[in-house]
Design a protein around this ligand. Structure first.
Ligand SMILES: Cc1cc2nc3c(=O)[nH]c(=O)nc-3n(C[C@H](O)[C@H](O)[C@H](O)COP(=O)(O)OP(=O)(O)OC[C@H]3O[C@@H](n4cnc5c(N)ncnc54)[C@H](O)[C@@H]3O)c2cc1C
Length: 535
């Protein structure tokens, strides 16, 4: 499917996207918001925006044919790591019908959507906005960031990847960049080191269709994709664990999917990190002692946390295979006489030899956050960049969906004049600031891969700022969070501990390295959020 329709006059000549009758698209478009990317980040933003601003007109431009972002190219056996309850579009359930689940003796809060369920969810959302005349989807089209106009009234451009035709867009409000966390996935990235062409290299996407059974599988990478692959090889393909080698460059901490104690997911880690003054090993061991964290080998201290979630049965399967800890692979070459394969590591480790018909499964693409500048240090990165640009960075957890929805709620509040600007100006001690400037200066992305204490606890500050600013009455914001299926506040009896956490940040101001101004901001937040101290 190619590009779709014109938004000038919105309901003008329209081609029904995602499976309707084709109408030739117009190439000069007008809209209020031009959203680039149609993954989890962008679509949660659009969903909230159209809900909060009933007459808004949105144009979505996406390089891939269909909405759903990287899930379109994911391996077929992928599922969400986390419950479906908190992922996707705020306006539609991803976990399916609760009554049907109960009739099948399944608990909807444990549902983890498959790739197909996720893709159907996003397609249904885009289709409904399109039919209601709220948003138009231009699939197989690439937005040209290099040509983003310098002035708010400039013209934006995107190109159809089918026909090469160029589209121009007049945007009355903002460009929304939803592509910053586009994950690099194995099916789209070749191995980043030399590999002889005779060697069999598969991606997880190849496994379900591979008829030929290999005598040995070497899984390259121990992130969530590597873990899924080892489990799939054993459970679905019946491969004996002694015929699987998992390369573990660094041991990783893993969230227990079904902990025996109540869990707030990554919030637990953020709060514990503050309690432990930013001591990474101590925090992780405390999480483990509480039954929230798992690791491959209890005699080895992991150094990495990338927030994967698995259950104990899956961990048991992982522990059955050969784990090799020799750092990162540097090459895969055929041995002398082509009867063996030589796997080389850095200079500190000896190479390993495998039989010539071994299959190597590429699970070593860095995923969503690694390497992104905002994932390590986000001080210089802006979300509310200017009067004409928003960039969808993660501001708190659970990642991807809720943060983008919250940014849309703030943006709608900015447009409607319902956010508490005076309070924002008071926090920043400058009564002359423009509304966008207030949001730009206050909200910074969560540097999700950082170990710096101030960076790790940034979701506490962002959630407090969100509750205090998104409406003059913080109880209204709480009501919104409670009504959003993406938010943990929607769980009955949920206790966030947020107010106490902001107070703890004040107690630990020395360890956090807070400036006097930052301390004053926290004190004002504590005062404004007093009505929410028990939530
Ligand atoms: C295997 C796997 C499992 C995961 N499981 C979970 C999970 O359970 N829970 C969780 O919270 N997160 C999970 N994640 C993290 C995941 O990255 C996010 O949940 C989320 O899907 C990322 O969405 P996104 O919109 O930021 O990126 P994407 O899904 O990549 O969407 C960005 C889109 O932008 C498009 N694009 C890029 N540049 C342009 C351009 N110039 N013009 C037009 N379009 C463009 C891309 O084609 C892409 O479709 C998982 C990631 C992976 C790889």
């Amino acid at each position: 499917m190619g590009a779709t329709t014109s938004l000038c006059g919105l309901l003008g000549s329209r081609r029904e996207p995602l499976g309707g009758d084709a109408v030739a698209p117009e190439r000069e478009i007008c809209c209020d918001y031009l959203v680039v990317g149609a993954g989890a980040s962008s679509l949660a933003f659009v969903d909230t925006l159209v809900e909060e601003m009933p007459s808004v007109r949105v144009c979505i431009v996406e390089k891939r044919e269909a909405p759903g972002g990287h899930w379109n190219d994911a391996y077929d056996f992928v599922r969400l790591h986390q419950p479906s309850l908190f992922y996707g579009l705020p306006s539609r359930q991803l976990e399916g019908n609760w009554l049907l689940s109960f009739l099948k003796f399944q608990k909807p809060w444990f549902h983890r959507a498959t790739k197909q369920e996720i893709l159907r969810h996003y397609r249904a959302g885009v289709r409904s906005w399109s039919r209601a005349g709220r948003a138009q989807f231009y699939g197989n089209c690439e937005y040209d960031f290099a040509r983003t106009p310098k002035s708010a009234d400039g013209t934006h451009y995107f190109t159809s990847l089918d026909t090469g035709e160029e589209y121009s867009v007049k945007v009355s409000k903002k460009l929304v960049n939803g592509v910053e966390y586009e994950p690099l996935i194995p099916s789209k990235c070749p191995l980043p080191f030399p590999v002889d062409k005779e060697v069999t290299v598969l991606t997880p996407n190849d496994l379900p269709a591979t008829r030929k059974r290999h005598p040995h599988y070497v899984v390259l990478g121990c992130g969530k994709t590597g873990m899924d692959t080892v489990i799939y090889l054993q459970r679905k393909l019946g491969v004996d664990p002694k015929d699987i080698t998992l390369l573990v460059p660094n041991d990783v901490w893993i969230y227990d999917r079904y902990p025996r104690v109540p869990s707030r997911g990554p919030w637990d880690f953020v709060h514990k990190y503050l309690e432990c003054d930013g001591d990474f090993p101590r925090t992780c061991l405390a999480m483990e002692a509480q039954g929230l964290f798992l690791r491959f080998d209890e005699t080895r201290m992991p150094t990495v946390l990338r927030h994967p979630i698995i259950d104990k049965k899956e961990l048991a399967l992982l522990r059955r295979v050969n784990m090799v800890r020799r750092g990162r692979v540097s090459s895969i070459k055929l041995g002398v006489g082509k009867r063996s394969i030589l796997l080389k590591f850095g200079s500190d480790y000896l190479p390993m030899t495998f039989r010539e018909n071994t299959a190597f499964v590429n699970c070593c693409s860095p995923g969503p956050f690694n390497g992104h500048r905002a994932s390590l240090n986000s001080e210089d990165v802006d979300i509310f960049d200017s009067k004409s640009l928003i960039t969808l960075y993660i501001i708190f957890t659970p990642p991807a969906s809720l943060p983008s929805s919250a940014i849309a709620f703030l943006e709608a509040g900015l447009q409607k004049g319902t956010i508490d600007l005076e309070f924002g100006r008071d926090l920043l001690e400058d009564s002359s600031l423009e509304p966008t400037e207030v949001l730009r200066r206050l909200f910074h992305p969560w540097p999700i891969m950082s170990k710096n204490l101030k960076g790790v606890v940034n979701p506490i500050l962002n959630m407090a700022l969100f509750l205090a600013l998104a409406h003059r009455d913080c109880r209204e914001v709480l009501r919104w969070l409670r009504s959003s299926r993406l938010s943990l506040f929607s769980m009955p009896m949920y206790k966030s501990g947020l107010w106490d956490a902001v107070n703890m940040m004040l107690e630990k101001k020395g360890n956090l390295g807070l400036t006097d101004k930052e301390e004053r901001i926290l004190r004002k937040l504590v005062a404004k959020l007093e009505p929410l101290r028990a939530v």
